[in-house]
Design a protein around this ligand. Structure first.
Ligand SMILES: CC(C)(COP(=O)(O)OP(=O)(O)OC[C@H]1O[C@@H](n2cnc3c(N)ncnc32)[C@H](O)[C@@H]1OP(=O)(O)O)[C@@H](O)C(=O)NCCC(=O)NCCS
Length: 374
């Protein structure tokens, strides 16, 4: 039999600022009023479309989100700016994404009873990377005093689960002995804060886990990784065309598709059956039925979507205890969301309990990790 692999520690970090729905809507509506005033003539002649105001009631009802953490608040709420203001740092200083990552990694290492030097693989997985190279993972590796190798990867909302699979495979194969997976998501940077349909969706946050051989674990309650599974099915329904070739076509460089865009309704309809069937198949492959699974740490994009997916998997309505929601506090933190839910909601489960950590989103991508508490 092969080596047993486990998650032996987890950690999270968030930036210092929060924005409630009410604050967000207030700032957004000031922008809308300003825009409509400035463009009154063009709106009257039909050349420009009048912008509509946002409401906090809609946001909470449609998504379950009540607030989000952000790296910078003043810029997002300023009608003249409408984006986070994040000053560039000198190369010698830790970049902001690495800083968010290091904070979560330190917490995960402590829980695992490990120090930076024990780590010989860092996978930094994120929907958005601060720069192409040198990899942000290497900067984190260096800051933690870790050894071995380090690389960045991006599978949007499934970055975390895909990276856990990659780390588990590496440790099982022997190319690493003790790996850190870290998912720092600064989603505020790629969000179009002037778009009423999406301005409320994302928040900034980070999650990290230590992945190593179960037998070597030093932590009190490791979670054995029983199985991992990933799926990719290409779709345009969630997309961001921003990238290094943008400057090569100045005519289109600043268009709305260079930030996050989605067909929310279509995504909802596509993802619910795709994710529910995927989780059911993954559980069945491990001879698990809903009766054997105590908790579902689902991707945190939309509270009703999660209720529906959990219902399809379990065959009845689930309780918040069975499928916890963190969206209300963190909003959608992309690849970090299901891992933040895991971090905040696993300690109460008894040894022997089984849980499913599952992410789904742009790609489409789905990743799931079946865990058993040791
Ligand atoms: C994004 C999402 C919350 C939007 O909710 P929705 O119920 O689909 O809302 P819609 O976009 O269809 O809009 C419904 C109505 O509310 C209006 N509306 C949209 N944004 C609004 C806002 N901020 N304030 C007030 N009204 C708003 C729309 O204009 C529309 O009005 P209309 O019917 O008069 O045209 C939802 O579709 C979703 O979460 N989908 C899944 C997305 C997902 O998982 N993505 C993965 C991302 S990583």
């Amino acid at each position: 039999m092969g080596k047993k692999i486990a998650i032996t520690g987890s950690g999270i970090s968030t930036p210092e600022f929060t924005i409630t729905n009410e604050e967000l809507v207030e700032g957004f509506n000031r922008y809308v009023q300003h825009f409509n005033r400035e463009n009154a003539a063009a709106i009257a002649s039909g050349e420009v479309t009048e912008l509509r105001e946002s409401t906090a009631e809609f946001i909470e009802k449609a998504s379950g989100i009540k607030q989000r953490f952000v790296c910078n608040k003043s810029g997002i709420l300023d009608p003249e700016i409408m984006r986070p203001v994040i000053p560039q740092r000198p190369n010698e200083e830790l970049c902001i994404q690495a800083e968010l990552a290091v904070n979560a990694c330190k917490m995960a290492l402590e829980q695992a009873g490990r120090v930076g030097e024990d780590i010989d693989l860092v996978i930094l997985a994120s929907s958005n990377l601060q720069r192409p190279y040198p990899t942000v993972a290497m900067e984190v590796q260096d800051a933690l005093g870790a050894r071995g190798f380090a690389y960045d990867m991006n599978v949007a909302c499934s970055s975390g689960t895909y990276a856990i699979q990659a780390a588990a495979d590496a440790v099982r194969a022997g190319s690493a002995t003790c790996a850190l997976v870290v998912v720092p998501e600064i989603m505020s940077g790629h969000l179009n804060w002037t778009d009423r349909d999406t301005h409320f969706i994302f928040g900034d946050g980070c999650a990290a886990v230590v992945v190593e051989v179960l037998e070597e674990a030093k932590s009190d309650h490791p979670w054995e990784i029983l199985s991992t599974k990933a799926l990719a099915r290409y779709s345009h329904n969630i997309r961001n065309n921003g990238g290094y070739l943008g400057r090569c076509d100045p005519e289109h460089r600043d268009e709305a598709d260079k930030l996050f865009v989605q067909q929310g309704r279509k995504v909802f309809k596509d993802i619910v059956p795709l994710a529910a069937n995927f989780i059911k198949d993954h559980m069945a492959s491990q001879d698990l039925t809903p009766e054997n699974v105590s908790r579902y740490w689902l991707h945190q994009a939309n509270a009703s979507m999660n209720r529906l997916i959990a219902k399809r998997v379990v065959g009845r309505d689930t309780t918040p205890d069975e499928a916890p929601t963190i969206l209300d506090v963190y909003a959608n933190t992309a690849g970090a969301g299901s891992m933040i839910a895991f971090h905040l909601h696993n300690e109460d489960l008894a040894p022997g309990s089984t849980g499913v950590l599952c992410s789904f989103g742009a790609g489409y991508s789905i990743g799931s990790v079946i865990l058993r508490k040791v």
